[in-house]
Design a protein around this ligand. Sequence first.
Ligand SMILES: O=CC(=O)O
Length: 335
Amino acid sequence: MENNHNRQCQDLPQVLLLKPPPPIMVVLGEHRFSSTKFQFLKAWDSPLPLNQFLPKHANSIQAILCCSASRVTDDLLQLLPFVRLVVTASAGTNHIDLKACRRRGISVTNAGNVYSEDGADAAVGLLFDVLRKISAADRHVRQGLWVKKGDYPLGSKVGGKRIGIVGLGGIGLQVAKRLEAFGCIISYNSRNKKKFVSYPFYSNVCELAANSDALIICCSLTDQTRYMINKEVLSALGKKGVIVNVGRGAIIDEKELVRCLVTGAIAGAGLDVFENEPHVPKQLLELDNVVLSPHRAVITPESFTALCELVVGNLEAFFSNLPLLSPVMIECIDG
Ligand SMILES: O=CC(=O)O
């Protein structure tokens, strides 16, 4: 019986895992991560180096499961000629060479909308924290400065603020919905004007910044959005402007952002993502007008549970020749 089972498992198509999944995913997904349709192949369990491990299993690997920390490059795909699907556990796909996937006829799925609500909650939380100085005032109290030095400077009202959302996808839309309820005035920039919303659209992000009190970055990192938030955009946002980033660090010119925050060229920032994670520019650690978060905006036990369902659902759909649940529209990457 056991031998039969082992033989059946050996015959199953394999899904390559390049890096161990985060422990929370293992715990939450344990009951989901077994399937009669495929088998996971854990690259890190093998004593072989990757350049020997991959050719050894190349004939049976038909799919790859990755997260934003493992890059899926053209060179990697070259070694795995039978791969037809890349499933990423992230919303962003900047770690995957999408053009190579398209050229090789490989489908890609991402986290779809499972992170949208939690990502939006975190973005709104960062905005509140920066505007109302919640973390900074907390430090003031804890350090005994309320007693020694008196009141902490006031924060500013959220309601009525003009919010420029950069990227009106799943997370951006949920940010808009939440901040509208607080009385904010929403505008946005994205690749294309969206027919289904009436918020003002700015095709030029600099103009959006000039007409916003706060910019919230929710877009994905692509060749078009890398360093899109540059010196010009930050100076258009101005001395009273704040910026929140839950997209990817490299969407903002980080050196310029640090300079603007240090010199007061913008008023503050709430940052969940950084260009060179887990490293955060040292100057930011000193600034009270900056709220820092370790790239966890979208992650809660609830979103991870939904993610596990989606990841396994995509793999099962693929191995049953059914439509994928959250395909990435590869055409979009060319704008
Ligand atoms: O940052 C998180 C993601 O892209 O899923």
